[in-house]
Each structure stands twice: as structure tokens, then as C-alpha cells.
Design a protein around this ligand. Structure first.
Ligand code: MG
Length: 206
């Protein structure tokens, strides 16, 4: 894990988010206020601007500085939540662990921080319905030697989590005001999180 492959992941995330921009926007117009895609794209652009500046720093510094940048430049609840995820991940980086072990420990810490910040948990029709199952699966798979198997499994878990948000009511965020009317709509934060995770997995699948 180094600055270069962290930025490669960000570029792949940006590609998939840009391709799926219209879909994410429509999902958010259905149950949110429609600004989610703008916030996500802004966050990715702000993060990518840091590539040269962060190129020689350690992964913990890279995650921390990107998180801080997103925290101070991106609006909406997703800005603060993704920033919290990244800054939480930064805290658990260890030189002693291999990349997969590191990622599992870092992602777990980041997701726990995001749960606290959002005061939310599994089953509330949010990005956490993707992030929590992915975090748990990563920890189960952290000793798997075949990285392709890990990537395929994580991609599937992220997709299942994203789809699970369709048939439940929201208890957090703006969508909660809709009550049962939110049922039938996938959560936009869950969809963008799933797309981001899939983009990273695809680097190891093909
Ligand atoms: Mg919004």
C-alpha cells in the first residue's frame, strides 16, 4: 500500500462514479435532496488534486490528509461521513501488516468511526448497509492468499448490501421523512459506496 496505489484506486472510483452519475442523481432525487452526486464528485476531485503533494507520504498520512480535505470542502452528510471513514482508516495503518490485513483493520476502524459519526447502524437504508457487511467480510478474508477470490467476494457482498436498501424504510437522514414512500428506492449513498468498492475490486478481478 502506497500513495500511488491509493490514488490509482481513487481514479478508478472517479471513473465509475462519473459513468453512473445520472443513476445516482436520480436515486437521490427520489429519496434525498439531489446533491449527493455533486458532493461525491467534488470530494473525488478535491482528493485527486492532492496527488503530487502526497506522493511521498505514508498511507496513514495520505488517508488522513484526503479525509481532512474532504471534511473541509465537501458538503452534505456524505462529505463528513466519507471524511470520517478515511480519517478512521488512517488511524489503523500498520507497517507490520500485509496489505489485505491492513485494509481489513483500517476499514473496520473507519466504518466504526462512520457509524458513530452518523449515529447509524446496519439496516437503516444508508451507505452503512454496504460498508458494514464489506468490513465484516474483509476481516473474515484477511488471511486469504488468493486476492482475486477476496475481490470477487467483496464485490458480491457490496452489491447485496446496496440492493438490501431498496426494500427497507430509512430511519436516518432526509429519506426518513418519507416513511414507507422510501421503500422501493435504493439509497444513493449505498449505491455510490458499492460502486466505489466494486471499482477497487475490479483492479484484482480482471
Ligand atoms: Mg443531500
Amino acid at each position: 500500500m502506497n500513495s500511488e496505489n491509493i490514488f490509482l484506486a481513487l481514479k478508478n472510483i472517479k471513473k465509475t462514479i462519473d459513468i453512473n452519475k445520472d443513476e445516482i442523481e436520480k436515486l437521490d432525487q427520489a429519496i434525498g435532496d439531489g446533491d449527493h452526486i455533486f458532493n461525491i464528485q467534488r470530494g473525488l476531485n478535491e482528493a485527486l488534486k492532492l496527488e503530487t503533494e502526497l506522493s511521498s507520504l505514508s498511507p496513514e498520512e495520505v488517508f488522513k490528509k484526503i479525509g481532512m480535505k474532504i471534511m473541509t470542502t465537501v458538503g452534505g452528510s456524505s462529505g463528513a461521513l466519507f471524511a470520517t471513514l478515511l480519517m478512521g482508516m488512517a488511524k489503523k495503518y500498520s507497517k507490520e501488516l500485509n496489505d489485505l490485513e491492513n485494509l481489513a483493520a483500517m476499514f473496520y476502524e473507519g466504518v466504526e468511526a462512520t457509524k458513530k459519526r452518523g449515529k447509524a447502524d446496519l439496516g437503516e437504508k444508508t451507505m452503512l448497509d454496504v460498508l458494514i457487511p464489506v468490513s465484516l467480510s474483509l476481516n473474515k478474508l484477511k488471511n486469504e492468499k488468493n486476492i482475486k477470490i477476496v475481490a470477487e467476494k467483496i464485490k458480491m457482498v457490496a452489491k447485496e448490501g446496496m440492493l438490501s436498501t431498496r426494500d427497507i424504510m430509512a430511519t436516518k437522514g432526509r429519506a426518513s421523512f418519507l416513511g414507507e414512500r422510501a421503500i422501493g428506492h435504493i439509497d444513493p449513498g449505498a449505491r455510490s459506496s458499492q460502486l466505489a468498492i466494486s471499482a477497487i475490486c475490479d483492479e484484482y478481478i480482471n
